[in-house]
Design a protein around this ligand. Structure first.
Ligand code: NAD
Length: 338
């Protein structure tokens, strides 16, 4: 299947690399709006680069080779992963629809843009027969993975306190640089509704604050279950779930900085960590209540979900087969991180 990535930014470049790694997918090309260092690197890597028609001259003026326009990229592909900045989705959906191509959108778009908000672990099967999916945001993907790993215990309600990174590492114009900012001040934050776009019946409240860091988000989650659960049972459930890793008490890890150092030490490309990283020592069970804390690498967590979303729309792989193919190809772990 020929996959195009529209929007080669933080998410798009990682999805493009992940497509190249899959045996059953082929990258037909990527698009960018700005003729900068990424475009030069794409030329050097021999990856087909497409640009908005109005921007063709800007790329030519900088001596950057362009294969064609975004419309041409869409027409020469079987499916599009749209990773343009949030809000561009409606405009591009019209283009994909008129070309008769299915597409995967990102969490920055409204849930009602697509036929289904998607989480590979929670609702892969519901994507069958759908043309337009939305991979939910980084925070929502992490919440859903964690909740779905505990689903067999029967979930009564969930509360998540989300400590958000201020910006991605390469973003030079975002803050705050010296503040803890409630974003939003009101509770619940929009994340609860986003989780409900995948699990409508779940009782969940979320609150969020932004802190001056670029590395990862941190979530502190409280889950109330239908029955009593032991700490060991929760640990086993998490160890058994794809795309969740545990930071053991032996490892001494207590921060997002150390987790990113591990990703670098493991030789992960771009120091990515698409797994939800749960601090084992944070897991606490009290009767029917579970407390846990985990870190979320916002730049990469949604990438495997995008690959599964492509297969889910195509209908050629089961949930477990797709997750295994994606994770094997990308070297994504489960169990203990180290
Ligand atoms: P980004 O700004 O890093 O990248 C966007 C890319 O789109 C850039 O390459 C830009 O050149 C290109 N672009 C801009 N205008 C375009 C146009 N008109 N046509 C084609 N391409 C255009 O954005 P991002 O952080 O990768 O976010 C993309 C989507 O992924 C958003 O919906 C966002 O909410 C979502 N998302 C982001 C993160 C994150 O932490 N960065 C995490 C999960 C989901």
């Amino acid at each position: 299947m020929k996959v195009a990535v529209n929007g080669y930014g933080t998410i798009g470049k990682r999805v493009a690399d992940a497509v190249i790694m899959q045996n059953d997918l082929q990258l037909s090309g990527v698009s960018k709006a700005t003729p900068d260092y990424e475009a030069i690197m794409l030329n050097k890597a021999g990856i087909n680069l497409y640009v908005p028609e109005d921007n063709l001259k800007r790329f030519e003026d900088r001596g950057i080779s362009v294969k064609g326009t975004i419309s041409e990229m869409v027409n020469s592909s079987d499916i599009i992963v749209d990773a343009t900045p949030g809000g561009y989705g409606p405009k591009y959906k019209e283009l994909y629809q008129s070309a008769g191509k299915p597409a995967i959108f990102q969490g920055g778009e409204d849930a009602n843009l697509t036929d289904l908000s998607f989480s590979a672990l929670c609702n892969y099967e519901q994507a069958s027969g759908k043309r337009y999916l939305r991979v939910v945001s980084c925070n929502t993907t992490a919440i859903l993975r964690t909740i779905c790993s505990l689903r067999s215990f029967g979930i009564k309600s969930v509360q998540v306190d989300i400590i958000r990174r201020a910006a991605d590492p390469r973003e030079i114009k975002k803050g705050p640089i010296n503040s803890i900012t409630l974003d939003p001040v009101k509770s619940p934050s929009h994340h609860a509704d986003d989780v409900k776009s995948v699990m409508p019946d779940l009782k969940i409240v979320t609150r969020a604050a932004i802190v001056p860091t670029t590395l990862m988000h941190l979530h502190q989650m409280t889950v109330r279950l239908d029955k009593k659960v032991l700490k060991g049972e929760v640990i086993n459930a998490l160890l058994d779930t794809p795309r969740i890793v545990l930071l053991s008490s032996r490892s001494g890890v207590q921060s997002t900085a150390e987790i990113m150092e591990i990703a670098r030490d493991l030789g992960r490309k771009r120091a990515d960590l698409p797994e939800v990283a749960v601090f084992e020592e944070s897991i606490n069970t009290e009767d029917c209540t579970v407390l846990l804390s985990y870190a979320v690498h916002q730049e990469s967590i949604v990438v495997p979900e995008n690959i599964d979303a492509i297969r889910a729309v195509h209908g050629k792989a089961t949930k477990n087969d797709s997750i295994k193919m994606t994770d094997d190809a990308m070297g994504i772990k489960r169990g203990y991180l180290v």
